[in-house]
Design a protein around this ligand. Structure first.
Ligand SMILES: [Zn+2]
Length: 125
């Protein structure tokens, strides 16, 4: 296990999390919102994540099925973590928002064809 910290650009949102030893599995998704936000996913079980500050500045955005809750800082607009639809028991952290770079093992996720991509993700795990 390694311990990381991170947060949004203005520093209002701060978190810490426990990750598996490097290289840490990460997911690069090509769906509409991940491309626009430049989000690089590291999935962390809810119990391994601590939101230290920023609960009051987070804004929520939902679209499509509404299953995912996209959270962004209302000061700086940066989405440093959110509740993904694909992993209901995890937060998805944005690897670009970590304080120190972590060695990642990046896999592509075809979020533009979400149903098929999720099925093959489940089959491989
Ligand atoms: Zn911010």
């Amino acid at each position: 296990m390694i311990e990381i910290s991170g947060g949004c650009h203005c520093g209002a949102v701060r978190f810490s999390a426990k990750l598996p030893d490097a290289p840490v599995p990460a997911i690069d998704c090509n769906c509409s919102i991940c491309v626009m936000t430049g989000f690089l996913h590291v999935m962390v079980p809810h119990d391994d994540f601590d939101l230290i500050t920023g609960r009051d500045v987070l804004k929520s955005y939902r679209f499509g099925t509404g299953a995912a809750e996209h959270l962004f800082c209302s000061n700086c607009g940066v989405k440093s973590f959110y509740q993904p639809r694909s992993h209901p028991g995890c937060w998805s952290l944005n690897a670009h928002c970590f304080d120190e770079p972590v060695e990642l093992a990046i896999e592509d996720f075809d979020g533009r064809n979400w149903e098929q991509a999720k099925a093959s993700l489940d089959a491989s795990s």
